[in-house]
Design a protein around this ligand. Structure first.
Ligand code: NAP
Length: 338
């Protein structure tokens, strides 16, 4: 008989937390007890899963007793405080903040790319940034075939990547501007409606943002190759759901656009839509609500003999967050049952 698991969701009321609830239900993950945790503000609210209303409780140090898994989707400072408490209480922590990603003792896992890293966990497993995940899913098969040497990326990231309040801000600003009223700017540093912001996370080393450095360091860690050179520009766009990336990839050995199309068509979790002459290419509305990373516009780079260009899109709340977390749990449970 299949075992059921005791699962706590920390940040259950957030953009990722709510997606975790639907994915657990959709994939019929065997849960016998689900504990929904958030801030004091949400204590007493209820959330619906599988037709049942469950109460949200305030996150406390005692919340993890008897839990098999604790899925953390909160700020990195809350994860840093409560992640180790949950792990000491015996729960296996899967954290999607940046708190533990670069800790050498913490595996950073994308289930299709480096599932082997799960074997070395010590109670905490980190989940990468929502723009790193689709990028490494596309780079991995190319790295195996031709060794990726250099990657240049520009992202087009949706507002849901910045949480539930950011989604409300785009909605409100759009309504206000259409009505001829001034927009209220509070979550983003500038107006996001009808605009693009080349600014995600704080500016730091060499003028790059934290988000840009995260993509570099996380990609190198997941692909286990620090020699891959990367140059990233992250941009927030007025799209509700789905992150897009324009990617230039330089390899050691030449791979043609046609070979890349074949390789990516066979890659797990990746779907190729590449018939530009019929206006068929991936868009955020293609990826929203879907599990796959979609790739199109695959072209040889006319400026470099060993480089190609492509365009990818994925749902940041699903493969970029909640889905990968649930897939990590599924892999661990399958290994446990073997
Ligand atoms: N959004 C994405 O696409 C995405 C993708 C990958 C990773 N992530 C990461 O996931 C984490 C959450 O992101 P999100 O987009 O879901 O943010 P969000 O919509 O703002 O949700 C934040 C969650 O944290 C909870 N929280 C805030 N303060 C708390 C406290 N003091 N104690 C306990 N819970 C508290 C909130 O509860 P209340 O409702 O009670 O305030 C809410 O449930 C972040 O670290 C983010 O970087 C997000």
């Amino acid at each position: 008989m299949e075992r059921g698991y005791h699962v706590a969701i920390v940040g259950a009321t957030g953009a990722v937390g709510l997606e975790l609830l639907s994915i657990l239900e959709e994939r019929k993950f065997p849960v016998v007890q689900l504990s929904l945790l958030a801030s004091k503000r949400s204590a007493g609210r209820t959330l619906c899963i599988a037709g049942r209303e469950l109460p949200v409780r305030e996150l406390t140090e005692q919340a993890f007793e008897g839990m098999d898994f604790a899925l953390f989707s909160v700020s990195s400072s809350i994860s840093k405080t409560f992640g180790p408490i949950a792990a000491r209480a015996g729960a296996l922590v899967i954290d999607d903040s940046s708190a533990f990603r670069m800790d050498p003792d913490v595996p950073l896992v994308v289930t299709e790319v480096n599932p082997h890293a799960l074997h070395h966990h010590r109670g905490i497993i980190a989940h990468p940034n929502c723009s790193t995940i689709p990028l490494v899913m596309v780079l991995k098969p190319l790295h195996l075939r031709a060794r990726v040497q250099r990657v240049v990326v520009a992202t087009y990231q949706s507002v849901s990547g910045a949480g539930a309040r950011a989604v409300e801000e785009l909605e409100q600003q759009t309504r206000a501007l259409v009505a001829g009223e001034p927009p209220n700017v509070s979550v983003f540093p500038q107006q996001i409606a009808f605009n693009c912001l080349p600014h995600i996370d704080a500016f730091g080393e060499l003028g790059y943002t934290g988000e840009e450095w995260k993509m570099v360091r996380e990609t190198q860690k997941i692909l286990e190759d620090d020699s891959i050179r990367m140059s990233i520009t992250t941009v927030r766009v007025p799209v509700f759901r789905g992150h897009s990336e324009a990617v230039n990839i330089e390899t050691e050995r030449k791979v043609s656009a046609q070979e890349v199309r074949h390789l990516l068509s066979a890659a797990p979790g990746v779907a190729v839509i590449d018939e530009p002459e019929k206006s068929q290419y991936p868009m955020p509305i293609t990826a929203a609500g879907r599990d796959e990373v979609f790739v199109g516009r695959i072209r040889d780079d006319p400026s470099h003999a060993r480089a190609i260009n492509l365009w990818l899109v994925s749902d940041n709340l699903r493969k970029g967050a909640a889905l990968n977390m649930v897939q990590i749990m599924e892999l661990l449970c399958a290994e446990h049952q073997r």
